[in-house]
Design a protein around this ligand. Structure first.
Ligand SMILES: [Zn+2]
Length: 292
């Protein structure tokens, strides 16, 4: 009896266990069904989100850092041909800071210190540049503006967040543009803060042209220029420069929101020895916006 009981109770236990197992299986199926509903709902929500942000991830590729440029790392590290592998639109300078670079529609224009513009040859080198393959997420007409501050506030109002990188193009007629370039340097190099004290400045009035700009978040200080960095090229491609001040008469802004950042650091002794451990925000401000 004991054995039978033992046997039967054991069987009963087994049956109970199997029943429980079936019960658990049913519960599991219900959970899975519920989960699949949740997954489907999440997918639909994500799909909807992707519809409003339907762009693929975009990358800004940057050669060197603003800190290195400010500290005199001016020797070319990459050819224009190599730079173009990373983008068709952007900003930069040339070997020995020989002028301002504005990359527009795959062409690298060099604005020299005499104000003239030429197309850079594929083998010429750059110590510092930033480019992307431009594809605007947003295109908007801009109202009239007086001065850089007003213009950048108008563009800021169009951005979904201050924490992404933006590459932008502004095309149209500008009431006034104040631009500069820098003269080619010779070794031993002077610091950029010194060079800009005697930078040539060009003023344009009622001029048609294109601005290529980059807006970096404040947290990129030391790596890039926090806020706006704009270069200008006239519609006839004969003059331009690094923008110090600008007023829009009638223009359209095209904005490309960028979430990925690719940094290429120089591999030369000048960069290795440069002291880049201090806060250089004051020097960067002088170099980028000095109007003397
Ligand atoms: Zn510049």
């Amino acid at each position: 009896m004991d054995t039978q009981n033992g046997c039967c109770s054991s069987r009963a236990n087994f049956a109970t266990f199997r029943d429980r197992d079936f019960g658990a299986g049913r519960a599991m199926r219900i959970i899975l069904r519920k989960l699949s509903v949740v997954f489907l709902a999440s997918f639909l929500v994500l799909a909807a989100a992707r519809t409003s942000y339907a762009q693929p991830r975009k990358t800004l590729t940057q050669l060197s850092t603003i800190g290195a440029l400010v500290r005199g790392v001016y020797d070319g590290e990459m050819t224009i041909q190599q730079l173009k592998r990373y983008g068709n639109t952007g900003l930069g300078t040339f070997n020995a800071v020989d002028g301002e670079m504005i990359m527009l529609d795959g062409t690298a224009y060099q604005v020299r210190s005499d104000g003239s513009v030429r197309i850079a040859k594929p083998g010429e080198e750059t110590p510092s540049a930033e480019v992307t393959f431009f594809q605007a997420n947003l295109e908007k007409p801009l109202p009239r503006s007086t001065g850089m501050k007003e213009l950048t506030e108008q563009i800021d109002a169009l951005l979904p967040t201050r924490n992404l990188i933006y590459v932008l193009k502004i095309e149209g007629i500008f009431k006034e543009v104040t631009a500069r370039s820098v003269p080619r340097q010779h070794k031993p190099y002077e610091l950029l803060t010194e060079i800009v004290k005697s930078q040539p400045i060009f003023k344009f009035r009622d001029v048609k042209g294109t601005v290529v700009g980059i807006r970096c978040p404040a947290f990129m200080e030391g790596i890039n220029v926090p806020g706006y960095h704009l270069h200008f090229l006239t519609a006839d491609r004969r003059s331009g420069g690094h923008v110090l001040d600008i007023s829009v008469s009638h223009a359209v802004v095209m904005i490309d929101a960028i979430s990925d950042f690719h940094m290429i650091l120089p591999r030369d002794q000048e960069f290795y020895k440069a002291n880049l451990e201090e806060n250089m925000s004051g020097e960067v401000k002088t170099v980028e916006s000095e109007k003397k």
